[in-house]
Design a protein around this ligand. Structure first.
Ligand SMILES: [Zn+2]
Length: 308
């Protein structure tokens, strides 16, 4: 049984990402609207990961409502699904429409549209990741933005059910800073859709409580092993690994942190001792309070970073 557990730990991450992208391709090729297909696969993949958390947990304790945050997390997840559905079906459509109709007027038009799609996608991932990396880093380093991004970091465990634990202000900030680069370079809409799908599917895996061992992928992609360090309760550790799909820009900017190749990670987030609000309204209004989340995070930066 232990042998099977270890085997699955090593092979599941690449299998999951490849099969979810293949499912998207099949739906897309069979005539389903690409934005809708991206969303259908996302929901299906979410359910698969939810079950896998119980079969192959990274931490058994994280399966329980140890932080009293499960109701809030589930509510935000459902809202996130609704918002994501709207985003994928409407916002992505508007973006595609804007690209098809107006991009030629405002972009630099230097995108290599004659290259094969896989090569364009590699370029797309690299340049879109740059904007997202900058947006995420700003959310950590600009105090007023951290107030809102701290909502995402305030849960003391990681699970697929708190992947969508984001304050709306945080989501809007990351879109404003992250999205324009590929648009102005002239990236075609197919590249944007593929990037959105890869980002969404990798994102739910990164937060899942599954014992993935991502091996060599930890040095290229934003894997669960790498991302748990971003959720460390030590600020000096958490202010690293800002990448969305890849961690290549973190390696370039010197913010890549992966000190434990065994796949272990530090205690995550601020924990229940900081009295994280247990209601959705409390969680969303907290950044607007004088105290915000920042004071307690400073206190917690004194805690030792022992791996559990
Ligand atoms: Zn963050």
């Amino acid at each position: 049984m232990k042998g099977l557990h270890t085997f699955l730990s090593y092979v599941l991450w690449p299998i999951f990402i490849v099969s979810s992208l293949m499912a998207l391709k099949v739906l897309w090729d069979s005539g389903v609207d690409p934005e809708l297909a991206t969303f259908y696969v996302y929901v299906g993949f979410f359910l698969v990961l939810l079950v896998t958390e119980f079969l192959l947990p990274y931490k058994k304790a994280w399966l329980k409502n140890i932080d009293g945050q499960t109701p809030v997390d589930l509510t935000l997840t459902v809202l996130y699904f609704v918002a994501n559905g709207i985003a994928m079906v409407f916002i992505l459509k508007v973006l595609v429409w804007a690209i098809d109709n107006y991009q030629a007027l405002v972009s630099l038009n230097i995108w290599p549209t004659e290259w094969p799609m896989w090569a364009q996608l590699i370029i797309g991932i690299i340049v879109t990741d740059l904007g997202n990396n900058m947006a995420h880093r700003m959310a950590h380093e600009v105090p007023v933005l951290w107030r809102f991004h701290a909502v995402h970091h305030s849960a003391p465990r990681l699970s697929v059910i708190n992947t969508g634990r984001f304050h709306p202000v945080d989501v809007i900030q990351s879109m404003i800073v992250g999205a324009p680069i590929p648009f102005f370079l002239g990236a075609p809409s197919d590249v944007i859709i593929w990037y959105s799908a890869i980002n969404a599917y990798l994102g739910i895996m990164t937060h899942s409580n599954i014992d993935f061992r991502c091996g060599i992928f930890n040095y290229i992609f934003n894997t669960p092993n790498v991302h748990r360090w971003h959720h460390s309760r030590l600020i000096s550790e958490g202010n690293n690994n800002y990448g969305e799909v890849t961690i290549l820009w973190d390696r370039f900017f010197g913010t890549y942190l992966y000190p434990d190749s065994e796949g272990r990670a530090p205690p995550v987030n601020v924990g229940t001792e900081t009295k994280v609000p247990k209601t959705l309204l409390g969680l969303l209004l907290r950044p607007l309070s004088i105290k915000g989340y920042s004071k307690e995070d400073e206190t917690l930066s004194e805690l030792p970073a022992t791996a559990e």
